[in-house]
Design a protein around this ligand. Structure first.
Ligand SMILES: Cc1cc2nc3c(=O)[nH]c(=O)nc-3n(C[C@H](O)[C@H](O)[C@H](O)COP(=O)(O)O)c2cc1C
Length: 180
């Protein structure tokens, strides 16, 4: 009974990167900075077989610094048409294996590769927009794996909203209904 909600959530998380213009393509990723929450929009690049979510970023960004100090994350997906919210919590792992980084790098479109090659680190203050320079010698591409520990499904609907919290214990998901 509860499994159909988990299956729906996981299906949508795959569609998020597999289907064009799917509402889960972009999601909000929250991390913490000295115990304070901080969020940003990111692109869902891949949902792996173990339900981990892969994102790409620049290794010099604040999110990477924050995740190195505390790997806890929260991710929020929302489908406006279905009134479906998926909230995921877990721990992030920076991908450091060079072969894996290379495989992911090959999926980045040529026009987007420069996003990972700014001479100055992302977030550095500049006087003018045309001050942005790119290097051709190296990149700061950093794929990150977001490993989920909980997935919370919430769908607003009549007559009753549906809220289910799934927790992963020893590779198995178990779910419980919650008051919406
Ligand atoms: C539509 C959209 C998609 C974005 N996708 C990504 C992304 O996939 N990876 C990323 O690092 N930043 C992405 N960003 C930029 C982040 O929201 C953020 O501004 C940047 O990564 C710096 O965040 P940080 O300083 O908290 O690390 C995106 C922004 C927008 C508006």
């Amino acid at each position: 009974m509860k499994n159909k909600y988990l299956e729906e959530a996981l299906r949508e998380l795959v569609n998020g990167h597999a289907k064009k213009r799917h509402p889960f393509r972009y999601f909000v990723l929250a991390t913490t900075e000295n115990g304070r929450p901080t969020q940003r929009t990111v692109v869902l690049r891949k949902t792996l077989k173990d339900q981990s979510l892969v994102i790409y970023t620049d290794k010099r960004t604040q999110k990477i610094k924050q995740l190195q100090k505390s790997s806890h994350f929260s991710a929020l997906f929302y489908d406006t048409k279905k009134l479906l919210q998926i909230r995921i919590e877990g721990k992030a792992e920076l991908i450091t294996d060079t072969a894996q980084i290379e495989t992911y790098w090959h999926t980045v479109q040529a026009a987007s590769r420069k996003d990972y090659t700014t001479s100055l680190a992302p977030g550095t203050p500049i006087e003018k927009l045309d001050e942005i320079e790119y290097t051709t010698t190296e990149n700061n591409f950093c794929p990150v794996k977001l490993v989920p520990h909980t997935i919370e499904y919430l769908r607003l609907q009549r007559p009753n909203h549906v809220r289910v919290l799934f927790s992963k214990i020893k590779d198995t998901w178990s779910g419980e209904f919650l008051v919406p």
